[in-house]
Ligand binder design. Structure first.
Ligand code: F6P
Length: 379
């Protein structure tokens, strides 16, 4: 009797980013071409697993997907199986629906579930793995803040968009002799801000990891003016906060387990700078623009490699792991080691050292080292 076909599930969770479709395509093609296996895709992340919303995917369905941004499966960043939001009256209550997810998974006869996502999705996947779900993780996020991998797909595409924006802001800043603030996403990690600052020639770069000091920002603008450079570009990570202060929350999403959404800190900084320096300051918040559009060549290749590897892992029965890129080699790490952690910018990172060497201000006093500032001045 012919052996039953093996079956893999796939879902995309968390905020979308360029490259998700490239992974889905790679998963479907590798499953079908190398193993004759079937793939089913769940709609809207873990929501689809719990509500049993899915569709079969074959080679035809993934044709032309490589260059498409977003995700054909849909995604959700408000759905944690362990804190599943359910509307009761006017408010949400959070229920543990993980058992329903496990029941649906087993009923569908799945070998494993490939979960493509960021920190929230990996944490949920690790929890589901503990409850017995055979899961393989694939890391994505424009924030580039997942531990266990050197880089996540989505980051390069977002960085290209952010750099292009900084380039465009540069010319108009020069023409009008203004201080221009460009705010980029990146929640708790400043990789996008630092990368766009380095690649776009930002003069001041403010990261969530290094609380800024407004006087130090002003000092850098004055130094530039003294050198005859009568404009400045400030690249601001959305999670940047003043020394002793808090991040700027733009909204709270009621049904989200991590309710806080950031945005707008650059407006606060701009009005402070204008008041102190008496120079016109303008703000551009890039927001979701960085999450959209077609993936870069780098992200297409990385997403494809990770998708292929995720299927190989699944077929070997190597569950409970996240595929990763380390030193340009594909590898995998236990998903439990990734859950609940973030890879943040550190003062000794080569990008930080490079920025300081080329005269970028990180919005901190220049009289002491960054490490000293962080350990002795910042509370
Ligand atoms: O984690 C990815 C990310 O784009 C962050 O950079 C940002 O803070 C957040 O998602 C925005 O989420 P939402 O799409 O819910 O506004």
């Amino acid at each position: 009797m012919a052996k039953p076909k093996r079956r893999i599930g796939v879902l995309t969770g968390g905020g979308d980013c360029p490259g998700l479709n490239a992974v889905i395509r790679a998963v479907v093609r590798t499953a079908e071409n190398d193993y004759g296996a079937e793939v089913i895709g769940f709609a809207d992340g873990f929501e689809g697993l719990i509500e049993n919303r899915y569709r079969a995917l074959d080679n035809k369905d993934v044709s032309g997907l490589l260059s498409q941004g977003g995700t054909i499966l849909g995604t959700s960043n408000v759905c944690d199986p362990f804190r599943f939001p359910v509307l009761q009256g006017d408010d949400y209550v959070f229920l543990d629906r993980s058992s329903q997810g496990l029941i649906n998974f087993e009923k569908l006869g799945l070998d494993s579930l490939i979960c493509i996502g960021g920190d929230g999705t990996m944490a949920a996947s690790a929890g589901m793995a503990e409850r017995g779900l055979r899961v393989v993780g694939v890391p994505k996020t424009i924030d580039n803040d997942l531990v266990g991998t050197d880089v996540t797909f989505g980051f390069d595409s977002a960085l290209i968009a952010a750099t292009d924006a900084v380039d465009r802001i540069h010319t108009t800043a020069q023409s009008h002799h203004r201080v221009m603030l460009v705010e980029v996403m990146g929640r708790y990690a400043g990789w996008l801000a630092l990368g766009a600052g380095l690649a776009g020639g930002g003069d001041i770069v403010l990261l969530p990891e290094f609380p800024y000091d407004v006087d130090s920002i002003c000092e850098q603008v004055r130094i530039r003016n003294g050198q005859g450079k009568n404009f400045s570009i400030v690249v601001v990570g959305e999670g940047a906060k003043p020394m002793g202060g808090q991040m700027v929350v733009s909204r709270k999403v009621k049904n989200s387990p991590d309710a806080i959404r950031l945005g707008g800190v650059s407006r606060q900084i701009a009005s402070q700078l204008e008041a102190i320096l008496n120079i016109e300051c303008r703000v551009t918040i890039l927001g979701h623009l960085l999450r959209g559009g077609s993936p870069s060549a780098f992200d297409r290749i990385l997403a494809t490699r990770l998708g292929v590897e995720a299927v190989h892992l699944t077929m070997r029965g190597d569950y409970g792991r996240m595929v990763a890129l380390q030193k340009n080699e594909l590898t995998s790490v236990p998903i439990q080691d990734v859950a609940g952690k973030l890879r943040l910018v550190t003062p000794d990172h080569p990008w930080v050292k490079t920025a300081l060497s080329v005269g970028v201000s990180l919005g901190v006093p220049s009289s002491i080292s960054l490490a000293q500032y962080l350990s002795e001045v910042v509370q």
